[in-house]
Design a protein around this ligand. Structure first.
Ligand code: AMP
Ligand code: MG
Length: 401
């Protein structure tokens, strides 16, 4: 595999999604709506109610019946506040009504109070011509009982969960969280909380990825830090294959002597991809070890971030049954020049300023801060040169969560 040309990003995503299709999480569970954010619906969510459940008023005003009415002022026969159940409208009268209140049976129009006068005798004068159905939110105008409101495979965010709540749901049926064993590899790594030793660095990828995994609905199994040693690597993967749906690692996938993880995966596992046409992130390695898929992200924080967002994220959504896993992206005008064509597709940390994308000053794959500064990634295709004002694809970071 090592001598072969670099794999295009699209092909790597296709392979990951095909692998994900065979590794779908099939179990599901009921969880409270309050705890279901970021989870994925296991079944279609069917409406049990018409919404609105009855015709109600869109305005504060007066409900009346236009049939046979000749425009004369009408006496007020009842008051209906939101939350009350009105009587049928007495013929020849109107009802005082407030926003959200059920429209009395027999009324077919609501006029807003601003277009009325209350006369000395208490009757209401309607100042403008009226039409049937005006200011009435019809029963079932949003949905009918029995409608499919949300399809299985829908990711649940605030909007979707509010739709469930509007149906009176306390719980939703969601796909079990994928269990992801998160393993950081590297002799140099130590965890925050221990004093820094010469030559060591703090493990930042673990924090980056455990939060990101949670945001994608996953359960994180913290598998700690693994030294760069092949026997221990094999033993660790062997242990984890029974505990996890996926082993996600960082580091150790380049071609250096200490890069054990990639070696072990290629020698003892079933490699699926290695060496992508992507910058940062070329050494991304994916394979299977025993019964479990392994996604080996490169250790450099920006490489880990880009490859997780663009490649591991769609995989993790697909195993939960999400159909549309592609992040929304759009063409933007760039505020920089790209004079030298690159051999790999580049993803540059950029933010929007004055309607154009500008780059973070340091695009090194070791630099994490640029991601905090940036709003997203500008994609520069292989072999492409660009001038300021040209157009490139932009993927906002918030699309990747
Ligand atoms: P590697 O992919 O193992 O060759 O690592 C590439 C670079 O990323 C090295 O400079 C590592 O020290 C750094 N690195 C690897 N893992 C981590 C991590 N978990 N947190 C922060 N930096 C890391
Ligand atoms: Mg390493």
């Amino acid at each position: 595999m090592s001598g072969s040309p670099l794999m295009p990003v699209e092909e790597a995503i296709c392979r990951l999604l095909a692998m994900g299709e065979t590794q779908r999480v099939l179990e599901s569970e009921q969880v409270p709506v309050a705890a279901a954010r970021q989870r994925v619906l296991a079944n279609d969510l069917l409406a049990t109610l018409d919404l609105p459940p009855w015709p109600n008023s869109a305005m504060d005003g007066y409900a009346l019946n236009l049939d046979g009415w000749n425009g004369q002022p009408l006496p007020v026969s009842q008051q209906v506040f939101a939350g009350q159940a009105p009587e049928a409208l007495v013929p020849g009268t109107c009802a005082r009504i407030f926003t959200g209140a059920p429209v009395p049976r027999g009324a077919n129009c609501v006029e807003m109070q601003e277009n009325t006068d209350v006369l000395d005798n208490g009757c209401v004068n309607f100042k403008l011509p009226l039409t049937e159905g005006r200011n009435i939110r019809a029963q079932g105008q949003e949905n009918r009982a029995g409608d499919v409101l949300l399809k299985s495979g829908t990711r649940l965010g605030p909007f979707e969960l509010a739709v469930a709540a509007a149906q009176g749901c306390t719980h939703v049926q969601v796909v079990r969280r994928p269990r992801v064993a998160l393993l950081s590899t590297g002799d140099e790594l130590i965890e925050p909380g221990t004093p820094l030793k010469p030559g060591s660095i703090y493990n930042s990828n673990r924090t980056l990825l455990s939060h990101w995994l949670s945001a994608l609905g996953c359960e994180v199994i913290d598998a700690g830090i693994l030294p760069d040693e092949p026997h221990q690597t094999r033993r660790k993967l062997d242990q984890l294959q029974h505990a996890a749906d996926l082993i996600l690692t960082t580091g150790g996938v380049s071609a250096g002597d200490a890069d054990c993880l990639g070696q072990v995966l290629r020698e003892c596992g079933k490699p699926l991809l290695w060496k992508l046409s992507i910058k940062p992130g070329k050494p991304l390695t994916v394979g299977e070890f025993g019964r479990v898929p392994v996604i080996g992200l490169p250790g450099n924080p920006a490489s880990a971030l880009v490859t997780f967002g663009l490649l591991a994220r769609p995989y993790l959504l697909r195993i939960q049954g999400v159909e549309n896993v592609e992040p929304l992206s759009f063409p933007i005008s760039i505020g920089f020049a790209w004079p030298k064509p690159g051999g790999r597709r580049e993803y540059l940390r950029a933010r929007m300023e004055g309607g154009r994308a500008v780059l973070y000053s340091n695009q090194s794959s070791g630099v994490l801060l640029g991601a905090c500064w940036a709003d997203g990634l500008v994609e520069i295709p292989e072999g492409c040169t660009l001038q300021a004002g040209d157009t490139a694809r932009f993927i906002p970071f918030n699309e990747l969560f």
